[in-house]
Design a protein around this ligand. Structure first.
Ligand code: PLP
Length: 353
């Protein structure tokens, strides 16, 4: 028998939603709406060039990102989803004997990436289902190499103000890397500049994705904004030609079509607001969300299972949160208004007890 390396043998496979074709998926935080028509047209044109390798420097895409976010192109790296960027950061800056510090309900893939790297993943409490900067600071040890914060959070949907991220950075040792995963930042109404400004300090990275607000989940495009010297190191771990030519073309056009993205975010946020109002008025506990999903907090695991199966019987697939130690919670991606109305009616016809 041929054995894999010990840390891989030890790992569980990354858990994805158990999708069923007959149900409307509210399980993966995909966009309710298609991507920009300009992205579709750009993708169509790029199909002519698929006999060639894609641009290994993602030049047009990096220029588009740089122009939208006022970032120097050499400080931006692109990945096959932000997952590739996250995993590469963790492999570049942690190994066996090191610790990566995240939060209780931080994005689960970070734990998987730490296993791949051989580093230990430790989690600071989120007492109010929200990142707590003091808990993070209290949990930093001599072994901590990276602090990982998802803001807004998945699966909580909550967020802390950027001033809190600045306070976190101020209170971390200078040689600890701070990574801020902003996969849902476009759905958050706070100005992102204060977070981007942290990059200039030389030890903070921001990651973003085209999978959510830009509606390109299937094309696998994410990016990160880095201090220049860290970008050089992380880039060594990205596969050459990691983002296909069609994906780069679509992502570039989508990034430049800010108006379309903002319209999509506005519609999604409005549906989210209406749904949360309807549910909380009926007495359900639903934390305020700054993302394209809502988290329902039930009063027991059993109540959660019952609601999940009521939703399935009505044709909707929610996402159970057992993997996050939140087995009494269900996460629901915001779909189109007419679907969410039916989801609300189904939920309100159920009782928690
Ligand atoms: C918090 C968070 N970060 C990162 C990702 C990864 O996104 P992608 O690899 O599609 O860019 C996701 C996807 O759901 C997410 O929820």
């Amino acid at each position: 028998m041929i054995n894999p390396v010990a840390n891989v043998a030890d790992m569980a496979a990354y858990e994805l939603a158990d999708l069923q074709a007959t149900l409307l998926s509210l399980a993966q935080n995909e966009s309710a709406y298609p991507c920009s028509p300009l992205a579709i047209e750009a993708g169509r044109q790029a199909l002519q060039d698929v006999h060639l390798y894609s641009d290994p420097d993602w030049l047009a895409l990096r220029e588009a990102i740089g122009s939208v976010h006022s970032l120097p192109v050499n400080q931006v790296l692109c990945g096959a989803g932000s997952m590739e960027i996250i995993a590469s950061i963790i492999r570049a800056y942690s190994q066996a004997g090191d610790e990566v510090l995240g939060t209780a309900y931080g994005y689960l893939f970070v734990a998987t990436a730490c296993k791949q790297a051989g580093s230990a993943y430790r989690q600071a409490a989120e007492p109010l289902l929200q990142v707590d900067v003091d808990e993070l600071i209290a949990n930093v040890s001599d072994a901590t190499r990276i602090v990982f914060v998802c803001n807004p959070g998945n699966p909580t949907g909550t967020r802390i103000p950027n001033a809190e991220l600045v306070r976190l950075r101020d209170n971390l040792p200078g040689d600890v890397l701070l990574v801020i995963d902003q996969a849902y930042a476009e759905f958050d109404d706070q100005d992102p500049r204060a977070a981007f400004d942290l990059i200039e300090r030389g030890n903070t990275i921001i990651t973003r994705t085209l999978s959510k607000a830009y509606a390109l989940a299937g094309q696998r495009v994410g990016w990160g904004a880095f201090p220049a010297d860290i970008a050089v190191q992380v880039r060594k771990l990205l596969n050459p030609n990691n983002v296909s030519g069609v994906a780069q073309a679509m992502a570039t056009a989508a990034m430049l079509d800010q108006k379309y993205m903002q319209g999509l975010v506005k519609k999604t946020a409005e549906t989210r607001r209406l749904m949360r109002n309807t549910l909380t008025e009926q007495g359900w506990e639903v934390p305020d969300s700054h993302t394209n999903f809502l988290l329902m907090v039930l009063n027991s695991v059993e109540a959660c299972r019952r609601l999940d199966s009521t939703l399935r019987n009505a044709g909707f697939l929610a996402r159970g949160m057992g993997g996050y130690n939140l087995a009494h919670c269900l996460r629901l991606t915001i779909a189109k208004p007419e679907d969410m109305e039916r989801v609300c009616t189904t939920i309100n016809s159920a009782s928690e007890d």
